[in-house]
Design a protein around this ligand. Structure first.
Ligand code: AMP
Ligand code: GLY
Length: 424
């Protein structure tokens, strides 16, 4: 089979490497891919949002199956464009991708179908939003741009002034473009967060190993929000009791709700959950694999990823095995100094072999460029270094040992990944 993976980060590298394990796979193309991915797939210089370019390439190249993972092409409708060319796909179509593409859609869905989430109101006028926040008088107040905003559209205001500033940034300055035409103002929730990625074929939903992301740039959850600085899996806060409650109150009702709305979800449905004192609630839905969650979750998958994805396409997910190892995984992200703000690129990376790998870890490339047998930094997040172990501590020790052997000028990584991963 000829497979196309759309995207070019650490998540796509993890997916490519897992798909390669299937002996039916002849060639994997990755668009646009990156330096490290080029050791595992044929990289094609088509940018992810280029729907028509991608569909045309897939048809000309005779692609048998396309996996679309980044949020923007999914929300724009790349799956629809590929399907229109007769290409089988993994990922939601445009209608189903609204579950991530519009927070108003997601919140209204949860309210209509009784799925637990933070209380909220929707506003298209900043003055009315501020009046509401003032009348509530409860801080912090959570303000979210309706549409995609590169992961930066959630602002947590500690005071009326901060709320006014946030509304101004989103709705008047349009810092996130049309994504800020409407906002959701919601209740601030507390509790540990869990990233739960699930395979879903529109009817059947199968959760993967629960993961714990680390969004802030610095140790102790300080500093700015990033795309994610590391992940451990399984997330020990997600006890069997919590899992059962989530399956009945959140996972199954979400699948049924999407069906009832006429847009059944197929692909990877990602639940951002908060385990609050009142029980688990949905913080957000994503219509795709998480990055870097995937870099810790997929190495634990023992079943064949391609067979699962093909079963999702054929709506027979209930008929394939989806088994995970009982081991533990840790992924530590190595970033360019300064990320998520200004950073330099083009720094040579030391400690990798000619394939961009190491014998003691799996190295997922997020932002690298390759020149012959050498690799150079080419993005904010550069590498995800993943190791497994028989315990959380062992997985982390293995990952940090490998991280210590890799270097580039200005490299930054958190030293406390997984430190909060405890059973309640
Ligand atoms: P997002 O960019 O949508 O992933 O959200 C960023 C982060 O904001 C989440 O991971 C949460 O930590 C936080 N957050 C979002 N909504 C709420 C809420 N209602 N209460 C507390 N924290 C929240
Ligand atoms: N790591 C969170 C996300 O992929 O949105």
């Amino acid at each position: 089979m000829k497979i196309l993976v759309v995207g070019g980060g650490g998540r796509e590298h993890a997916i490519v490497r897992k798909l390669k394990e299937n002996p039916r796979v002849e060639t994997i193309y990755c668009a646009p891919g990156n330096g490290g991915i080029s050791a595992d797939a044929v990289c094609v210089p088509i940018k992810a949002p280029d729907l028509e370019g991608m569909a045309q390439f897939a048809r000309q190249e005779g692609i048998d199956f396309a996996v679309v993972t980044p949020d923007d092409p999914l929300v724009l409708g790349m799956v629809d464009a590929l399907n229109a060319q007769g290409i089988a796909t993994f990922g939601p179509n445009r209608a189903a991708a609204r579950i991530e593409g519009s927070k108003v859609f997601a919140k209204d869905l949860m309210k209509k179908y009784g799925i637990p989430t933070a209380d909220y109101q929707v506003f298209s006028d900043p003055g009315e939003a501020l009046d509401y926040i003032r009348a509530q008088g409860r801080y912090p107040a959570v303000i979210k741009a309706d549409g995609l905003a590169l992961g930066k559209g959630v602002l947590i205001a500690q005071s009326e002034q901060e709320a006014a500033d946030a509304l101004h940034t989103i709705m008047e300055e349009k810092a996130f473009g049309a994504s800020g035409n409407r906002v959701v103002v919601e209740e601030f929730l507390t509790g540990p967060e869990v990233s739960l990625l699930c395979f879903c074929d529109g009817r059947t939903i199968v959760p993967m190993v629960p993961a714990m992301d680390h969004k802030r740039a610095l140790d102790g959850d300080q500093g700015l929000n990033t795309g994610g600085m590391g992940v451990v899996a399984p997330n020990l806060c997600y006890t069997p009791q919590v899992a059962e409650a989530c399956m009945e109150q959140i996972l199954k009702p979400t699948v049924a709700a999407m069906q009832a709305e006429g847009c059944p979800f197929t692909g990877c449905l990602f639940f951002g959950l908060m385990i609050t004192p009142q029980g688990p609630k949905v913080i957000e839905y994503n219509c795709r694999f998480g990055d870097p969650e995937t870099q810790a979750v997929l190495p634990l998958l023992e079943s064949d990823l391609l067979e699962i994805m093909l079963a999702v396409w054929d709506r027979r997910l209930d008929q394939v095995p989806v088994r995970f190892s009982r081991r533990h995984a840790a992924c530590v992200v190595m970033a360019s100094g300064g990320y998520p703000q200004h950073y330099e690129t083009g720094k040579q990376i030391f400690g990798l072999d000619a394939q961009g790998q190491r014998p003691d870890a799996v190295i997922y490339h997020a932002g690298t460029r390759r020149e012959g047998d050498s690799f150079y930094t080419a993005g904010g997040r550069v590498l995800g270094v993943t190791c497994l172990g028989g315990s959380p501590e062992e997985a982390l020790a293995n990952a940090y040992r490998a991280v210590g052997e890799v270097s580039f000028e200005g490299a930054h990584y958190r030293r406390d990944i997984g430190a909060r991963n405890r059973r309640p």
